[in-house]
Design a protein around this ligand. Structure first.
Ligand code: CTP
Ligand code: ZN
Length: 155
């Protein structure tokens, strides 16, 4: 039997399609979004072919649009991700995630003695040292966070 030309994942009616996720990172993205949950309809595609990236993951969430804080976290895991907002089957917004030079209040410094891990009211703050693979440095204790250290916080 001849294989179908293309196997498409079903379109969604209202919600968000996170496309161009780095291959194998869909589960980290779900974690960031607090998914799976009891109610939300979620479609996941992993390691699908992409002309742009070779392989990619896709996550579709029905009935939900993302908060900017969630998008900032996704940028740390999947720097090429595209956020598509879908309303009544139409894409009404498309944007790329962006990584700024500073990552504030999102990650926990891995150094237990860092001032951000004491009772002092100091929010974590990292500067981006390298974009690919991502490497961050704590503003307070200079501890370096590797791509793997970052991923661990979204597992
Ligand atoms: N999509 C969806 N439901 C819809 C509309 C779109 O699930 N009602 C999905 C598509 O399957 C695709 C993504 O949203 O994975 C982006 O759709 P579209 O912009 O139409 O695709 P492309 O042009 O390929 O996107 P890009 O230019 O970002 O690569
Ligand atoms: Zn630190």
């Amino acid at each position: 039997m001849k294989a179908p030309k293309e196997l498409k994942v079903k379109p969604i009616r209202n919600g968000t399609v996170i496309d161009h996720i780095t291959a194998n990172k869909a589960l980290n993205v779900l974690k960031i979004l607090g998914l799976p949950s009891k109610e939300a309809a979620v479609t996941i595609a992993m390691n699908v072919k992409s002309s742009l990236m070779g392989k990619k993951d896709i996550v579709k969430v029905e009935g939900r649009e993302l908060e900017s804080r969630e998008v900032d976290k996704i940028a740390l895991i999947a720097p090429k991700a595209t956020i598509n907002i879908v309303r009544d089957y139409e894409i009404v917004g498309k944007s790329k995630v962006t990584l700024s030079n500073h990552v504030n209040g999102i990650l926990k410094c891995p150094n237990p003695n860092c001032i951000t891990n004491t009772n002092e009211p100091v929010t974590s703050k990292f500067s981006v040292m390298d974009m690919g693979p991502l490497m961050l440095r704590c503003y307070y204790c200079e501890r370096i966070m590797s791509n793997q250290d970052i991923e661990k916080q979204f597992k």
